[in-house]
Design a protein around this ligand. Sequence first.
Ligand SMILES: Cc1ncc(C[n+]2csc(CCOP(=O)(O)OP(=O)(O)O)c2C)c(N)n1
Ligand SMILES: [Mg+2]
Length: 602
Amino acid sequence: MTEKKIAASVAMLKVLEAWGVKDVYGYPGGSFNSTMKALDIEKENINYVQVRHEQVGALAAAAHAKLTGQIGVTFGSAGPGAVNLLNGLYDAKEDHAPVLALVGQVPHTNMNYDYFQEFPEVPMFQDVAVYDRIVMTPESLPYVVDKAIREAYKNKGVAVVVIPNDFGYVEIPDVDYASTTILDKAEPKPAPTDEEVDKFLELVKNAKRPIFHVGSGIKENADKLIELSRKLQIPITITGLAKGSVPDDYEGNLGTLNRAASKAADEAFATADLVIALGADFPFANLVYRTHDFKFVQIDNDRSHFGRHHFLDLGIWSDSGEFLAKALERSETAPESAFFKASVAAMKDWKAYLNKLMHKEEGPLSFEQVYREINRIAEENAVFGIDTGDNIINSFRFLDFKGDKKWTISALFATMGYGVPAAIAGQLAYPDRQVFNISGDGAFSMVMQDLLTEVKYNLPVINIVTSNQTLNFIKSEQDDIFEMNHSGIYLVDADYAKIAEGMGVKGITVKTLEELPAAFDEALATTKAGRPVLIDAKITDKRGIPVEELELHVEDGKFVETISAGYQATHAEKTVEDFFASYDGAELKPLTAYFEEYGVEA
Ligand SMILES: Cc1ncc(C[n+]2csc(CCOP(=O)(O)OP(=O)(O)O)c2C)c(N)n1
Ligand SMILES: [Mg+2]
């Protein structure tokens, strides 16, 4: 037994270091001072990032995990600090991101005496955590944290360790508490059998309009997917999290479904008679997968996920790469498909429309031109933190994901206030890359105090605030509710550039199309000089085209395209043509026009 001693909290930080943790996001409190002391002692080896709100710290940890695949670490003090973490921890849980949350607790000698800020914290985190423990002895503190990290990785979720403050000061034996010295190897990948793949190929052969729905499970296997898509003539739709993983410039990639969607994807999906879900978790399945009957194949590497979104005609437990490789090996090239061609043509039409909007040179400033400028100055390997709201729809439609770009959103939890923390985490994880935060005015004003964090750590983030003085994403929903006035969605405007300046961030306001390019040039120059910048883009509260209102059904053996009855009841537009025209898209054609052109049968 070693004679050497070390403070339990320092031993715990050494465990984090052994796991490769570089940055710890949090906010101090009296119940966390033993760890704060250790963070000072260990400051050469681990970096404490002082955020201005625990929610921002937890969201930054979640974003770090989503961007890098490595564990994110956050902390808060007992009671209020702990509660403030919850939003970010739920984001991590929902997007399956490994995160460790260290939570302060009053000294163990004061526990159960209703002491100041003493709460039973383990129950507070029960629902969000995959591992949730209070440390019972000083000696076990580093051990429990090591175990927590293993659980967070294994279960792709949040591990919570509650630390009675006094334990951290206690000297314990100075030994290696981290389990990371054990050589690690990748988990074995489940693979399909020949029979399973043959059954899949049979279903494809018997389908008239098969379609892929691909999620983040595609990982590094997009090349194989594209090869199979071409070979079997199956167009691809994707979930939001697969955006960028399946290249946008592959002609058979129709993009995302539902509301943050492309027109061609929603239309083609509505006619599919076979849906092949590949590594896809789709929170809108209960809507989009219920519009019509189709056969359903699911390929997933997690057996607990089968059937969660649709009844199965075939379920294949497999890694996406293993499945695609075998499917390529065992399939024969399919003849050219009219459905594939029509879908590709509809997507081309949609892309031309988006391009036209981005390059519009008259009229008021709107989001499309802001995205054009972001694309213009974005570097090949830029990192984007994108906030919840219209920017989700718009980034899926307009942001150019080509190159080695990285991006992160609060996908399944969809919390507002994600952009700033994600950009902070992105810039710290990738100091040599260009980093953007794209936030709506509502979302930004929930976390704008943390511009101070960008300043404190010299993070040259390009903050774009799409300032439309509304909660526009919700306003659009209210537009479609029968006999409802707009309620609670207008925001008092603020001079966000001035607010930024007050915090030490270069602030630029843009009100017109003419001012836009110069503002972006200036922003670029500012960040090149190492300073954060904020562009407050005063855009209109125009709504992007709600392609989810398009519906297709069969009449007399032919597909007919309409707009939903709900939309018709709340808007003047009755025909698809009027609908397109009202969103500046008179030239858009319904998918049915392409069906006719290429001879697609119902
Ligand atoms: C914390 C939180 N509160 C409320 C919502 C519901 N919500 C989703 S988008 C949105 C509006 C976002 O407004 P803004 O940030 O201004 O972006 P815009 O849609 O106007 O571009 C709201 C209120 C949410 N997702 N998260
Ligand atoms: Mg807004």
